[in-house]
Design a protein around this ligand. Structure first.
Ligand code: NAG
Length: 167
């Protein structure tokens, strides 16, 4: 009798823990981030960087061992340059990253390695309760730097002429 109820208790405990992990696994992760125009052509953010609305970004997960794509989804940035990509499934032991794909601005569509892609961790098993994963800011480089850039860079502490990319 005592043995039987102990067994029942044990089964109950196992079931509760499996329900909890099931609930966690079912929790949808969301990748959010922003796309900017590097208006000073310096490959870092300045206060003159502008959010790009209507830019296409692509999230892709690949298996670590053979690089087979397991998940892929595109999103378009909103008025403030933000995007949000819902993720299906758990992507443990995969490499997931968001990259900029297309810019709607003809004057700001140059790719740059520094802002082209951001890796994101997409597993619910890493102990992070928060379902939102924030990617590093992404962006494109403007064809011509804005006239205000020299001053802004000076204010940021760069001596004149020290930032290579500024004309
Ligand atoms: C743009 O998208 C981001 C990420 O989803 C969101 O936080 C922000 O509120 C959105 N802004 C507008 C103006 O819709």
């Amino acid at each position: 009798m005592a043995k039987a109820s102990l067994m029942a208790l044990l089964l109950k405990a196992i079931c509760i823990s499996c329900l909890i992990s099931f609930a966690l696994a079912a929790e949808k992760l969301n990748v959010v981030g922003k796309v900017y125009c590097d208006t000073c052509r310096v490959e870092f953010e300045t206060k003159l960087s502008e959010p790009i609305s209507g830019a296409t970004v692509k999230l892709e997960c690949k298996k670590e061992e053979d690089h087979v794509v397991t998940f892929s989804r595109e999103a378009v940035t909103n008025a403030t340059g933000g995007y949000s990509i819902p993720v299906e499934g758990d992507h443990d032991e995969e490499i997931c990253s968001v990259r900029v794909d297309k810019s709607p601005r003809a004057d700001c569509n140059e790719r740059m390695e520094a802002w082209e892609k951001s890796q994101v961790e997409l597993t619910g098993q890493d102990g992070l309760a928060e379902p939102t994963r924030t990617a590093n800011n992404l962006g494109f480089k403007k064809k011509e730097a804005l006239p205000g850039c020299a001053q802004v860079l000076k204010d940021m502490g760069f001596p004149k002429g020290k930032v290579e990319a500024v004309p």
